[in-house]
Design a protein around this ligand. Structure first.
Ligand code: ARG
Length: 255
């Protein structure tokens, strides 16, 4: 699947380059947010470089991210950031002690793409660093088709090239039911239990992208998703795919 995703990303890039006059949807299609408007977001960094997002969920010494963001060591969780390319007095940086992937994560299908970060110490809650609550545990798809959710990150803002922003971006997208997202004109069966889709179906232009992985999707003030995968970014037929945090709540809590 990774090969297919990369091929589609490449194809999208070529098509976009051939159509250079069209505005490139620039997170894609979102905006720079007010500083510290998402005080639960984490930037996961190695040697000072951002590589994935995460969230501070409920506990000040435990982060939530995607399993595919895994590194066995050398990961620092940065909270309280807005511009990750500047040194900001609002940030708190804590090393990840244990990066615990879901035991049934599968890197081929990306099922169970969720991980808990057990931190070496606790973040101090202040104006810039505030955990976010998780919804109640769910056993099945639970958000209504069309529900408005918000995804944030420091990932690529261009669907056709690499344009990594310094400042945090967010975009609002719509839940796409698994049955629609899985039909033959969309992901054709690749959306598995514990995943949900969100985007602007059959329109595109708004999405997460590379570098947003592991980062938060919020709905009604709760953490409902972690950015996981997609074919390319912001494509009309292929919404973003997220891990359904509520379906892993019991596992997250027990770590
Ligand atoms: N896997 C990507 C990452 O590592 C996230 C991709 C999200 N793609 C999408 N179209 N929503 O950053």
């Amino acid at each position: 699947m990774k090969k297919l995703i990369d091929f589609l990303k490449f194809t999208a890039g070529v098509l976009a380059a051939a159509n250079a006059m069209a505005p490139v949807p620039v997170i894609i299609g979102g905006n720079i947010v007010a500083e510290h408007s998402e005080p639960y977001i984490l930037s996961l960094q190695r040697s000072g470089s951002h590589f994935c997002g995460g969230s501070l969920g409920t506990f000040v010494s435990k982060g939530v991210t995607a399993a595919h963001c895994y590194y066995s060591s050398g990961v620092t969780a940065v909270a309280g950031a807005h511009n990750i390319k500047q040194s900001e007095s609002t940030t708190q940086k804590i090393q990840v002690d244990t990066f615990r992937r879901h035991p049934n994560y599968n890197s081929r299908t990306l099922i169970n793409d969720i991980a808990v970060l057990l931190l070496r110490s606790s973040f101090v809650i202040d104006d810039y660093v505030v955990p976010i609550s998780l919804p109640a545990h769910q056993n099945n798809e639970w958000m209504p088709n069309g529900a408005d959710v918000r995804v944030c990150g420091w990932g690529n803002t261009s669907s056709s090239s690499s344009n990594y922003p310094s400042e945090l971006h967010c975009v609002n997208v719509d839940i796409v039911s698994n049955s629609i997202c899985n039909d033959r004109s969309h992901y054709n069966g690749e959306i598995l239990k514990g995943m949900f889709c969100a985007g602007i179906l059959d329109v595109g232009g708004k999405d997460a992208c590379q570098g947003d992985s592991g980062g938060p999707v919020t709905y009604n003030g709760q953490l409902v998703g972690a950015t996981s995968w997609g074919y390319g970014c912001a494509q009309a037929k292929y919404p973003g795919v997220y891990t359904d945090v509520a379906m892993f709540k019991n596992w997250i809590d027990s770590q």
